[in-house]
Write a protein that binds this ligand. Structure first.
Ligand code: 6PG
Length: 215
């Protein structure tokens, strides 16, 4: 069941998002001993960097050392590159969390697009023994003005992928061009997905495509 929440500012959106993440974490850690979380790049990094640490200190049961974190997509640049999503989360978010911090599954850009996608899929399957399609507790997805999420762009062939959990592209309309991304079968298997959209540039696609679909 889809629900839509609207916030007057990024500050309120960020605080609500961080609260939702820590509540979901406490629930999952209590029920299954771990919390599996998928993160996206872009403005989400700064939002979580500002709001997750205070939300965690208010939610002792959330315990980040019991988290398994993966990236919903990644740009194929070195981790120290400013465009690296993994690099951004390490320096801005994970560095603020109490040690030992979450277990993080990282993409290996040096392998090249196809091999990096295969390697990341293997890592995911190893981290989720059992069901054919891993089931994350929570995925945080961003939204582009064109309606893309993760690195799944409108009209792109990757939207048709039905078997691989992780796909790659070398023609991303949003730079940098080479990326790997979770595919729809993996996204749709998650227990909960949050689509986080901030800023006026997202309003048209939200009102049109997204809310139109959600009804
Ligand atoms: C990426 C993202 C991408 C992002 C949207 C929204 O790595 O580029 O995963 O899907 O979430 O483009 O980005 P903003 O929140 O910065 O507008």
């Amino acid at each position: 069941m889809a629900a839509v929440s609207v916030f007057p500012s990024q500050r309120e959106l960020g605080a609500a998002l961080a609260r939702l993440v820590t509540e979901a974490a406490a629930e999952a850690v209590a029920s299954s001993g771990r919390f599996t979380l998928g993160l996206s790049g872009g403005s989400l990094v700064a939002l979580l960097a500002r709001e997750l640490p205070p939300a965690l200190s208010a939610a002792p049961g959330a315990d980040p050392s019991r988290w398994l974190v993966a990236f919903c997509d990644e740009r194929l640049v070195p981790p120290e590159h400013p465009e690296s999503t993994g690099g951004a989360y390490r320096s801005q978010v994970f560095s603020q969390l109490p040690s030992p911090g979450p277990q993080v599954l990282s993409v290996s850009p040096e392998l090249g697009p196809a091999a990096a996608a295969r390697d990341y899929e293997e890592q995911l399957r190893k981290a989720f023994p059992g069901p054919a399609v891993p089931q994350f507790d929570l995925l945080l997805l961003g939204l582009g003005p064109d309606g893309h999420t993760c690195s799944l762009f409108p009209g792109h062939a990757l939207l048709q992928e039905q078997h691989s959990l992780v796909g790659f592209l070398e023609d991303s309309p949003k730079p940098p061009p080479r990326r790997v991304t979770m595919t729809l079968p993996l996204l749709n298997s998650a227990r909960r997905v949050l689509l986080v959209a901030a800023g006026a540039s997202k309003a048209p696609v939200l009102k049109g495509e997204i809310l139109g679909v959600l009804g």
